[in-house]
Design a protein around this ligand. Structure first.
Ligand code: SAH
Ligand code: SF4
Ligand code: F3S
Length: 464
């Protein structure tokens, strides 16, 4: 999975006080892999480099600088970076800068330059605000520039204000992770968990709202562990942050991802139940349904405790869509453990999901565990789990046929004459409609359900 950050996605607006618009005399190509935090980071990199003369291009050929904003979560994601690098080396023009950022940059550091000597810059997810200096150094010296410092929150203070690319925006509110699940690289690639101060986040959201944003998705690896300081120096929870954001008139929808079961406080459940702007969607990964495996994964909760949380959330917000992440084939997983995962999926009923075969990541405790599960068994079990999840997802989507849903139109659709948006429950909705509707909340008649999306017709444009 990767996202090419396109020139269309990044619209650099110039405020009226600026003397001159930026002249983009250099072309920048960014390819982003992995999670939404990387998508957010890639957009910020483009904004950061715009005043330095870099304008986004959709292809690497002819680019003056190429950034691969990478993901380290599974072996495949990492391999993809090195195969892309080999290809890019042939594609980019003589003298163009090639940079590797993101989580592979952080994890591998100068080993990347040792393996691929033509790479000019390596940086991590917490140091990209220093890209202008890195570029200057790389142009001056040969031999490669590596900056994988993990300074807490420094990037947020150094980056220019975010310019929205449409009616929905990501806002990173927390970075890093202290949970150390035994399969996961994130605590090593993103550093320790830190939360941005409450007012910094609110200011960013207000600025976005002033520029037409109606939906914000608050991002963090453990977003519900958010504990940013308020102006009195007190720690503020995600629930409080959401309530404050809800007071901003122009913001109509609030989402957050990714949540951890251990931080699902009653306070947050209450916000989901009582705040109309909190969207009825919760991504709450569990990874496995067997308590033995959950303990070995260091998730620190049982399957029943997870189900109890889901019950509480559903009591507060009966229509909530539950989404989850699963890992199949963690070391020691038996057929019975796998059956426990299927039983949990039956018990919960998922509206959306992401499931993966366990990938052995160097440096994590899981990689050194005995009883690694053979690849063919992982593959077989994953196929069984995915068939069940797909069945649940299709059944979930089907219930909306014949209903009228409020859709925030975000972009053009896949086909000519189509536009695309998302439902409150975070399902992609395609519809025939005029591009002028992009950026508005409209009522849509749902006529067809597909496994991963809905299809509808415009009912009436909401007065705004
Ligand atoms: N912080 C989130 C998840 C972040 S990583 C949480 O705690 O739930 C996103 C997903 O990638 C994880 O939920 C997990 O399902 C998957 N993942 C992480 N490490 C993995 C590994 N070594 N092999 C396979 N999948 C992995
Ligand atoms: Fe990884 Fe676990 Fe942290 Fe999620 S909570 S980022 S899975 S270590
Ligand atoms: Fe990948 Fe880093 Fe996100 S490892 S999933 S890009 S935090």
């Amino acid at each position: 999975m990767y996202t090419k950050v396109t020139a269309m996605q990044i619209r650099i607006d110039h405020d009226s006080t600026a003397e001159q618009p930026f002249t983009a005399d250099k072309k920048l190509f960014i390819k982003s892999y992995g999670c939404q935090m990387n998508v957010y980071d890639a957009q910020r990199m483009a904004e950061l480099l715009a005043p330095h003369g870099y304008g986004l291009t959709d292809k690497p050929d002819g680019a003056d600088m190429v950034i691969l904003n990478t993901c380290h979560i599974r072996e495949k994601a990492e391999e993809k970076v090195f195969s892309d690098l080999g290809r890019l080396r042939e594609q980019v023009a003589e003298g163009a800068l090639l940079a590797v950022g993101g989580c592979v940059g952080q994890a591998e550091g100068d080993a990347i330059i040792k393996r691929a000597r033509y790479v000019d810059i390596v940086f991590g997810p917490q140091s990209y605000h220093r890209l202008p200096e890195m570029i200057a150094r790389a142009r001056r010296d040969s031999g490669g520039v590596v900056d994988t410092d993990l300074p807490e929150l420094e990037k947020f203070d150094s980056l220019p204000a975010q310019t929205p690319t449409g009616a929905a925006a990501f806002v990173s509110i927390q970075e890093g992770c202290d949970k150390f699940c035994s399969f996961c690289v994130v605590p090593y690639t993103r550093g320790a968990e830190v939360s941005r101060p409450l007012n910094h986040v609110l200011d960013e959201v207000k600025r976005l709202a002033d520029q037409g944003v109606m939906e914000v998705t608050l991002l963090g690896q453990n977003v519900n562990a958010y504990h940013g300081l308020d102006s009195a120096g007190q720690s503020a929870s995600l629930a409080r942050l959401m309530r404050e954001i809800a007071k901003i008139d122009a913001i109509k929808r609030i989402r957050f991802t990714t949540s951890h079961p251990l931080e699902m406080t009653q306070d947050l459940i209450d916000v989901l139940g009582s705040e109309p702007k909190a969207m009825p969607y919760l991504h709450l990964p569990i990874q496995a349904g067997s308590d033995r495996i959950l303990a070995a994964m260091n998730r620190r909760h049982t399957a029943q405790e997870y189900i109890n949380i889901i019950d509480k959330v559903r009591a507060a917000r009966p229509d909530i869509a539950i989404s989850g992440d699963f890992i199949i084939g963690f070391p020691g997983e038996t057929e019975q453990d796998y059956q426990d995962t299927l039983a949990l999926v039956h018990a919960v009923g998922y509206a959306q999901s992401y499931s993966f075969a366990y990938s052995r990541r160097p440096g994590t405790p899981g990689a050194a565990m005995d009883e690694q599960v053979p690849e063919n068994i992982k593959k077989e079990r994953l196929a069984g789990l995915q068939a069940l999840l797909e069945e649940q997802q299709t059944a979930y989507n089907n219930r909306f046929v014949g209903q009228v849903l409020e859709i925030l139109v975000e972009s053009k659709g896949g086909k000519d004459g189509q536009i695309r948006g998302r439902s409150p429950h975070n399902i992609a909705v395609n519809l025939e409609g005029n591009e002028r509707l992009i950026g508005s909340l409209i009522r849509v008649n749902i006529v067809e359900a597909r496994p991963r999306s809905l299809f509808g017709t415009v009912q009436l444009v909401a007065a705004s």
